[in-house]
Design a protein around this ligand. Structure first.
Ligand code: CDP
Length: 210
């Protein structure tokens, strides 16, 4: 069973996907971490994350321990991830790892293109959204919880910029798959979003079709 959880920045995909994985007994992969770790490697090397050659070299050099780094969040890491994620060769380099992860035991994966590119045959595809203002509020609270300064207007503007870049890139743009199940969490807390997601997934499980 593969559950794809896609959607724009700070929509609560990670919290939701982690809970779904636990409830369904499936491994969980936060695919955003892959792009974050590549972006961080490029920054460490003193290069621009929009530089395709450097970003591809960083993607090829990626190690599991890179995903456990403590500096993969925050505005600089966010934008570096979005920039390397727009590079076709970087996406191609990371594709096989994601597919292998899911094929082994099934999985819940969250990202931008899981339902459209990585697993177009996923059992259930959720597209999780919320208003940009609500997402900015959540991201601001998350940053403040990590002890990082977070100005609402700046967070909102960063979210809008990253969404625009993710939606308009030529390769694997952010968009719901044709058969995606839409979940707007603007008015839902984490428990309500989880319950709604489980109900949507139930409509796509094989037992439901019999
Ligand atoms: O937590 P947040 O929603 O802000 O971001 P994330 O899910 O960690 O993803 C970071 C960046 O990686 C996004 O802005 C995308 O540009 C990129 N990404 C992607 O292109 N494809 C994925 N499957 C996952 C992330």
């Amino acid at each position: 069973m593969i559950v794809a959880v896609d959607g724009p920045a700070a929509a609560g995909k990670g919290t939701l996907a982690r809970r779904l994985a636990a409830a369904l007994g499936l491994p969980y992969l936060d695919t955003g971490l892959l792009y974050r770790a590549v972006g961080r490697r490029v920054l460490d090397a003193g290069h621009d994350p929009r530089d395709a050659r450097c970003a591809l070299a960083a993607a090829r050099a990626l190690r599991p321990e890179d995903l456990a780094r403590g500096d993969l969040r925050g505005p600089v890491a966010d934008m570096a991830a979005t920039n390397v994620a727009a590079i076709a060769a970087v996406r191609a380099e990371l594709l096989e790892f994601q597919r292998r992860f899911g094929r082994e035991h099934g999985a819940v994966l969250d990202g931008r293109d899981i339902g459209t590119v990585v697993f177009p045959e996923a059992t259930a595809k959720l597209f999780v959204t919320a208003s940009a203002e609500e997402r900015a509020r959540r991201r601001q609270a998350e940053l403040q919880g990590r002890g990082m300064p977070a100005d609402f207007v700046q967070v909102l503007s960063e979210i809008r910029d990253r969404d625009a870049q993710d939606e308009n890139r030529p390769v694997a743009p952010l968009r719901p798959a044709d058969d995606a199940l839409l979940l707007d969490t603007t008015l839902l807390d984490a428990d309500a979003a989880f319950a709604a997601a489980m109900a949507l997934i139930a409509t796509r499980r094989p037992s439901h079709a019999v």
